[in-house]
Design a protein around this ligand. Sequence first.
Ligand code: ADP
Length: 395
Amino acid sequence: MNAAKDTAEGTRAGDPTRVLVINSGSSSVKYQLLDMADHARLATGLVERIGERGGVADHAAALRQVADELDGQGLGLDSPRLAAIGHRVVHGGTRFTAPTLITDEVVTAIEELVPLAPLHNPANITGIKVTRELRPELPQVAVFDTAFHATIPEAAARYAIDLATADRYGIRRYGFHGTSHAFVSRATAALLGREPADTNVIVLHLGNGASASAVRGGVCVDTSMGLTPLEGLVMGTRSGDVDPAVVFHLERVGGLGTDEIDTLLNKRSGLLGLCGDNDMREIGRRMAEGDKAAQLAFDVYVHRLRRYIGAFSAVLGRVDAIAFTAGVGENSAAVRGAALLGLDNLGVTMDPVRNAVRGTGARLVSASSSRVAVAVVPTDEELEIARDTYALATE
Ligand code: ADP
């Protein structure tokens, strides 16, 4: 991140200040076109159901549709205003610890990481390949979900398993949602009127996927997701932490195969597994009607969250702020309130009125007397990727 290149100061009208951000997922491609001169969002869109009935055939077709949609708005990929394309890439392994200008060698290295992220990296790679074919001479940048967590010390990154086995298979805690944790930890410091370097923040990214991170002075020192995004908090459809012996038990006693267990823990667990719904709004409605399964799902979700808040308070020693972000974090006053209830001894005192007020911008929801500030900070992963991309492309 190069702060000096954040807004493209000194640029003139007509200069290439636009960045296209591509998030090529397993069954969808999301895109945003941003102008870094003023952070205006010029276009945004989504191609869904790739490879499914009623959707386009494959990622190549989806990206061609993106190019056509942009063309139709006079914002085509051939525009001289386009400075670069930024790609979200889920797994950077230990090889990529910062945003990286894409070359053939970089594509090969991302391909070599597919075993670590078989569900995610292949779609990211296809996105990169197709846009490189469409605009071969344009700078393209890979921004990794894992990169912000590369600073985690060995004590936090290592699992306590045989070292040689771990190293042989690349088994360690990598962490994910890094662009969001980076953006939100900095935005929280700004909200407090402090420098990131002087601010310790626990970031709680609670979307469909959910993760926590401990950020000391702008540097990530611990995170809840691990080798894959399955570890840590309870999520929409993922279990988060379980005793690894659950897997052996399901295999030996339940007769389930590896892929079945993978699907169970990633797609049929979490809130969905506990109550049949993974949308926190629906869970709230059901709880209001006295639904016991929905209440259990909420309680398990919040209990896990409190565990991580306690753990990361100890990891940081001094906590200046706790920041909630993403769909649940930004919108659910009930989750925020329950997660921080009775934590006055940790210096956390909520203001129930501020917490209940709905809003869109970054805001404080703690009492003025609270030693630890509690903030709601909308995340903006696209802007973060665009900043990183623009900084590298114009270096
Ligand atoms: P993703 O990880 O897919 O980007 P989001 O950050 O958009 O997810 O979060 C999606 C989740 O946010 C939904 O599953 C929903 O439970 C939750 N959510 C969205 N709006 C609200 C709301 N008003 N109240 C409670 N939860 C909400």
